[in-house]
Design a protein around this ligand. Structure first.
Ligand code: IMP
Ligand code: MG
Length: 333
């Protein structure tokens, strides 16, 4: 009977996909519902030998009992969505809100050239131009598309009804706090607010319905695209630390820096975090790989976690120790 909202605390790519799939398996939500911008998001989920790359559906789809939904604040690309519904075999439990905006070829074209691509480093997914059209009130909506008709739903009503019936609902954010259009490093940001309040608004959830807000930080900071990044490492330093990463959507090399407490503190404030998840601890401390108990961590890793809790004043409740869904230390009460 919990409504948990999960959001990224840095610049996206904090490992939300993996944490959300863990929570979906563990907490058995009746619904996993996505807010956030659009298919500019890219989540990676690893279950045993299978690796899933997801851009539209919620990453909680691994739990076959959960409905997967997309709220009206998200813009969707029908080609990507329908392919994921097919590839992940979820056609009987996937739903999009009738009022989701739809990305068309014009948006893709506009997003792949000029200032958005060159200066902002946009993902080219058409998300920004579609959101601009939504603000102009000319964007077409999901209900205008025959190909989507069997997946249409009134997502806010279904989600609120589930909570009224005391079911668990898992709310999935995308991007990261510092890519927020309002609170991030403007203009090097995405085309929407992506903090917890905005994610709730995207799916039609009022502020009093939320029980837990989990903010996810990776053990180090990465950023794709342009924009400021304090204490950025050179590509050589990044490789030396073993922090090389490549973007899920764009295939671009991610920029990297050490864990940034100032960014983290602001993310805790903006999202009213009640819990913190730390991912990729095994990348900082290789001997922590695949550990599932806090006690089994080495001293340095334990003090890294303690330092985060002391600095941010919020408990660390989940720790990711590897790419697989179950590579998690779960210290929730
Ligand atoms: P746009 O949202 O595609 O316009 O991209 C704007 C900026 O946000 C670029 O720097 C992108 O790399 C970044 N961005 C957008 N979505 C994500 C995401 O899901 N993860 C990481 N960076 C993102
Ligand atoms: Mg990503």
């Amino acid at each position: 009977m919990t409504c948990t909202v999960v959001v990224g605390g840095f610049f996206g790519d904090e490992g939300k996909g993996k944490i959300i799939s863990y929570l979906a398996m563990k907490d058995n939500p009746s619904i996993v519902v996505r807010g956030g911008a659009g298919p500019n998001a890219g989540h990676t989920v690893k279950d045993g030998d299978r690796t899933y790359k997801i851009r539209m559906l919620p990453s909680g789809f691994l739990n076959k009992k959960s409905k997967v939904m997309i709220g009206p604040g998200v813009v969707i690309n029908p080609d990507i969505l329908l392919k994921e519904i097919n590839d992940f075999d979820v056609s009987n439990r996937a739903f999009v809100d009738r009022n989701c905006g739809v990305i068309e070829q014009t948006h893709l074209t506009e997003d792949s050239k000029g200032r958005l691509k060159d200066t902002i480093g946009s993902t080219g997914s058409g998300t920004g131009p579609a959101n601009a059209e939504r603000a102009m009130r000319t964007l077409k909506l999901a209900k205008d598309f025959e190909s989507l008709s069997s997946y249409l739903e009134d997502v806010p009503t279904v989600v609120n009804n589930a909570l009224d019936s005391k079911e668990n609902v898992l709310v999935e954010g995308t991007q990261g706090t510092h890519l927020s259009l309002w609170h991030g490093t403007y203009p090097y940001v995405t085309s929407k607010d992506v903090t917890a309040s905005a994610i709730c608004s995207d799916i039609g959830l009022g502020p009093k319905k939320v029980d837990e807000v989990m903010v996810i930080f990776k053990s180090f900071v990465t950023r794709v695209g342009t924009g400021p990044m304090e204490n950025e490492l050179t590509p050589e330093e990044t490789s030396k630390k073993g922090w090389d990463e490549v973007g899920t959507v764009t295939g671009r090399q991610r920029r990297a820096a050490e864990f940034d407490f100032n960014l983290a503190r602001k993310a805790i404030m903006l999202n009213s975090a009640t819990q913190i998840a730390i991912t990729k601890l095994d990348v900082l401390f290789p001997d922590c790989a695949n550990k599932i108990s806090f006690d089994s961590l080495n001293t340095e890793a334990k003090s890294f976690i303690k330092k985060i809790e002391e600095n941010l004043n919020v408990p660390v409740t989940l720790i990711g120790t590897g790419p697989n869904v179950n590579d998690v230390i779960d210290i929730r009460k």
